[in-house]
Design a protein around this ligand. Structure first.
Ligand SMILES: [Zn+2]
Length: 165
């Protein structure tokens, strides 16, 4: 997201050259730059004790389209804590061993998606009202159900690559 007006005083920002950064939107009233950014989100590959993967369908998503747990990181929140919170909110599962895998850019919503794998401590779902259905699938089933080119599928493939390193 490019910032056009100062979030502190509302003054219109003007490009100013700042060192190696080049032109950066700058508030001459507050004399500070406002760097643009993409909203940080997490996406979580949840694995259970027998190596099955949690896939869910959102009630507002495309029918028949499976995804992973994902959500925005709150201000001041660590990405790993956002993973635990989102998995708890959406699926009602507690997780441990939250491990970073890779990051992805989601152009449609200007999101920087931080991809994690985590281990579920329980297998029984308690779904949020935003989740229509969720289930455990084998890796092969998950690869078949996740849309080609989706971030969830990329995360699963990156995870499998790292597992084999
Ligand atoms: Zn300002």
């Amino acid at each position: 997201m490019e910032i056009k007006f100062c979030p502190q005083c509302g003054f219109k920002l003007k490009a100013q050259i700042i060192g190696d950064e080049g032109e950066v939107p700058f508030c001459s009233q507050c004399s500070r730059p406002w760097f643009g950014f993409s909203y940080p989100c997490i996406i979580a590959l949840v694995v259970n004790e027998i190596g099955k993967i949690a896939l869910l369908r959102q009630s507002y998503g495309d029918p028949g389209r499976y995804v992973f747990v994902a959500g925005y990181i709150k201000p001041g929140e660590r990405a790993e804590d956002a993973v635990c919170r989102e998995v708890r909110e959406e699926l009602g599962l507690e997780v441990e061993r939250v491990k970073y895998i890779n990051s992805y850019y989601f152009e449609k919503h200007d999101n920087l998606m931080l991809g994690f794998v985590c281990r579920a401590l329980n297998s029984g779902f308690t779904l949020s009202c935003e989740v229509e259905t969720a289930d455990w699938f084998s890796i092969q089933e998950a690869l078949n159900k996740l849309k080609d080119g989706s971030i969830a599928r990329s995360l699963l493939l990156d995870y499998l690559k790292q597992e084999n390193l």
